[in-house]
Design a protein. Structure first.
Length: 257
């Protein structure tokens, strides 16, 4: 195990100078607080293990991991030689944690669990990442098991990290080749007018043949209108002639002529 420091007799103000960062030591938990635990490592000055340094996974309370009197193995994380302070860690050096991940990283993981909304992937940082079903590929995917299964090893991209909640969002889709461009619909030379609600309203497209038929129809309507007018004029003339002949007949019978 690590170096035994309990037998060293070091003046309190010079304790930190005898230690090195990364050094492994054994200690006894002396006091537990909300933010961590103070550990006696036998140098006359207790070191602090912050709650974030107690496990690669998220720890809510220090008391969930240690209690007073526990013997623990710790590593020197930081040394403040001016203030004679010792920061300790219960996470072995070289162990990857969430702090080692950044948004945009591409990492290899293993699928550990499937849910209806996605898959959990072990990234080796003590906290599984979430691969949502919508990030498993282009287009609609009904179920996660249509793409992955438990035990699959795959490459994923880190979309986002919430270190406070210990959450990592992942994607496969961002690593896939882009989809072929969808065919672009032909656009009319003249845009359709916008309606009151801002949406473009449809306009009927008229072919040259339909235009010719419409013109022919208009010409027929004009010819019919002319014939109708001519017919009405003839009717009026004929009616006037009948009236005139009737009046003349009556006058002749009365001897007006």
């Amino acid at each position: 195990m690590g170096q035994e420091l309990g037998t060293l007799k070091i003046p309190p103000r010079k304790v930190v100078k005898t230690l090195t960062v990364g050094q492994e030591v054994e200690g006894v938990v002396k006091r537990v607080t909300e933010f961590g635990a103070f550990v006696d490592i036998g140098v006359g000055r207790d070191g602090l293990v912050h709650v974030s340094e107690m496990s690669p996974t998220r720890v809510s309370k220090a008391s969930d991991v240690v209690k007073e009197g526990d013997k623990v193995r710790v590593w020197i994380k930081e040394l403040d030689r001016e203030k004679n302070r010792i920061s300790l860690s219960m996470i072995e050096p070289g162990t990857k944690t969430l702090r080692d991940l950044d948004e945009g990283d591409v990492v290899t993981g293993r699928v550990t669990r499937l849910e209806r909304y996605g898959a959990f992937v072990d990234l080796g940082v003590g906290r599984d990442g979430m691969l949502h079903v919508k990030e498993m590929g282009h287009g609609y995917i009904e179920k996660p098991e249509d793409v992955v299964k438990v035990g699959d090893e795959l490459q994923v991209k880190v979309l986002g990290i919430d270190r406070r909640r210990g959450r990592v969002d992942l994607s496969i889709k961002d690593l896939l080749p882009p989809e072929p461009d969808a065919p672009v619909a032909a656009i009319a030379d003249v845009a359709a007018p916008a309606g009151e609600d801002g949406w473009l309203q449809d306009e009927a497209f008229i072919t040259p043949f339909e235009l010719a038929f419409q013109e022919a129809g208009k010409n027929n309507d004009r010819r019919r209108e002319k014939r109708s007018k001519k017919s009405r004029t003839w009717d009026y003339d004929e009616e006037d002639d009948v009236i005139q002949r009737t009046i003349a007949h009556h006058r002749k019978n009365r001897g007006d002529y």
